[in-house]
Design a protein. Structure first.
Length: 423
C-alpha cells in the first residue's frame, strides 16, 4: 500500500470530522432531551414512538369529547331538575282542581296557575346549551323543539329523533343529550299504562275513573279499549250493559259486560287483566276510551304541554249547575292526572339515564387518564435521554475530538522529507 502525505492529511481530517459529528450529535441529544435525533438512531423505537404518539393524540381527543359530553349532560340535568318540581306541582294542583267545592270563578283562577306552569315547562323544554343549541331538538340544534301553533293552540314537536352521539372512547359512543320526543312524547319504556277519556258527544254524567291492571304482560298486547253504554235487547226486559271493543293482537273482540246503573260506582272487567271504574248516570251510546300509552309513543296527545292546555280549557269552561259538563271536565282532569303521572315517571327515567351516562363517562375518563399516563411513560422510555450516560458520552466525545486534533496536528507537522532528514 502506497502511503502519501495526502493520505496522512485525509485520514486525520476524516477522524476529526467523525469525532466532531459524534460530539454534535451528543450536543443535540442534551439540548433536546431526546435520545433519538433521527430515526436512524433507533429505527424500531422510532416506529413505536410514532404509533404511541398517535394513540396518545387520540386519547387526548377522546378526553376532550368526554369533557364536552359531561358538560352537555350536566346542562340537561339542570333543566330536568327544574322541570321535575314543575310537573309535580301541576299534579298537586290537579288534585286541588278536582275539589267539588270550587266554583267556576275559583277554577278560572286555578286555570291561570296552570297556564303559568305550562309556559314555564315550555320554556325549560326549549332550553339552549352553552353553544346556543337547543338541548331537546335532536340533531336540529338550531330549531326550537316545542312550538305553539297559533291556529290549533297546541304544541308541536319540531325536532327529530336523532341522538347526538359523542365518541367518548375508541369503542363507545354515548348520547350527549335526549330529544324532546323521548322526554315528553312517550311513557316510561316497558311500562303498561292506559289513558282514559270520555267522548265530547256524551249526553250522560258518566265519569271514567282509575284503571287497574292485574296482568301487565297480557294487557301490554292490547292497544285500545272502547266502552259504549248500550241496551241488551236479547234479554226481557232489555238490560243495561257496557259493550267493550278490545283492540288486541288478533284484531277487534267485542264483549258485553254487565253494568248496574243503581250503583254509585261500578268496576268494569274489560278482560286481559284490565278493570276500570265507571260512575255517574250514563245515557245510551255514551262512549269512553282507554288507550295504551305505549301504542301512542310520539303522539302529541302525550305531550305534557298539551295536557296542561286541555286542563286550562276544561277549568275555564263553566260547569256549575250542569252535571253533564262537570262530568266532561272530570274526565279531562282524570285523563290529565294519568298523563302527568306518566310524564313525571318518564322525566325521572330520562334523568336517571343522564346520571348513568355521566357515571359511565367519568369511569371511562379515569381509564383514559391511566392510559394517557401509560402511553406517556412508554414514549418517555423510548425517546427520553439518559442524562448521566449522555454526560459521560459528552466527555468521551470531547476527549476523542481533542485526541484526534492532536493526532492531526502531529501528522500536519510530519512529512516524508522530515522523516528522511531525521534518518
Amino acid at each position: 500500500m502506497r502511503i502519501s502525505s495526502a493520505l496522512y492529511f485525509q485520514t486525520g481530517l476524516n477522524s476529526i470530522n467523525k469525532q466532531q459529528s459524534d460530539l454534535v450529535h451528543t450536543f443535540q441529544q442534551l439540548g433536546s432531551g431526546k435520545r433519538m435525533i433521527t430515526a436512524a438512531d433507533d429505527p424500531l423505537a422510532a416506529a413505536q414512538t410514532i404509533t404511541l404518539g398517535q394513540s396518545q393524540s387520540m386519547n387526548l381527543r377522546f378526553a376532550e369529547n368526554r369533557h364536552v359530553a359531561l358538560r352537555n349532560l350536566g346542562e340537561e340535568e339542570n333543566v330536568l331538575m327544574s322541570m321535575i318540581p314543575q310537573v309535580n306541582g301541576a299534579k298537586t294542583r290537579l288534585i286541588e282542581a278536582t275539589n267539588g267545592t270550587l266554583s267556576d270563578a275559583d277554577r278560572t283562577i286555578l286555570a291561570g296557575v296552570f297556564e303559568e306552569m305550562r309556559d314555564s315547562i315550555a320554556n325549560l323544554a326549549n332550553s339552549k346549551d352553552a353553544n346556543g343549541q337547543y338541548i331537546f331538538s335532536g340533531s336540529k340544534g338550531s330549531t326550537a323543539p316545542f312550538v305553539l301553533d297559533d291556529v290549533t293552540g297546541r304544541y308541536e314537536y319540531k325536532g327529530d329523533h336523532v341522538e347526538r352521539l359523542v365518541q367518548v372512547d375508541q369503542t363507545r359512543r354515548l348520547p350527549g343529550s335526549d330529544n324532546g320526543a323521548d322526554l315528553l312524547l312517550r311513557p316510561t319504556p316497558g311500562s303498561t299504562t292506559f289513558l282514559t277519556s270520555g267522548s265530547n258527544a256524551n249526553f250522560g254524567s258518566g265519569i271514567i275513573g282509575g284503571v287497574n291492571i292485574t296482568d301487565p304482560n297480557t294487557a301490554a298486547t292490547i292497544s285500545k279499549y272502547e266502552l259504549t253504554y248500550v241496551e241488551d235487547a236479547t234479554t226481557n226486559p232489555p238490560t243495561e250493559k257496557i259493550q267493550v271493543l278490545e283492540y288486541g293482537p288478533t284484531g277487534v273482540t267485542t264483549t258485553l259486560v254487565p253494568y248496574d246503573p243503581s250503583k254509585e260506582e261500578s268496576t268494569i272487567n274489560l278482560g286481559s287483566g284490565v278493570t276500570v271504574q265507571l260512575s255517574g248516570n250514563l245515557e245510551k251510546d255514551d262512549t269512553f276510551t282507554l288507550d295504551n300509552a305505549q301504542a301512542k309513543v310520539g303522539d302529541e296527545t302525550l305531550n305534557v304541554l298539551n295536557t296542561l292546555t286541555d286542563v286550562v280549557n276544561a277549568l275555564k269552561t263553566p260547569v256549575d249547575g250542569d252535571p253533564v259538563a262537570k262530568a266532561k271536565m272530570h274526565n279531562v282532569l282524570n285523563g290529565a292526572m294519568q298523563k302527568l303521572d306518566m310524564n313525571y315517571d318518564n322525566i325521572l327515567t330520562v334523568r336517571a339515564s343522564v346520571g348513568a351516562r355521566m357515571n359511565e363517562i367519568e369511569a371511562i375518563d379515569s381509564s383514559g387518564k391511566l392510559q394517557g399516563l401509560h402511553l406517556a411513560s412508554e414514549i418517555s422510555r423510548l425517546e427520553d435521554l439518559d442524562y448521566y450516560s449522555a454526560s459521560t458520552q459528552l466527555e468521551l466525545r470531547t476527549s476523542a475530538l481533542e485526541a484526534a486534533a492532536l493526532a492531526f496536528k502531529k501528522i500536519q507537522s510530519t512529512n516524508l522529507f522530515a522523516i528522511n532528514a531525521r534518518g
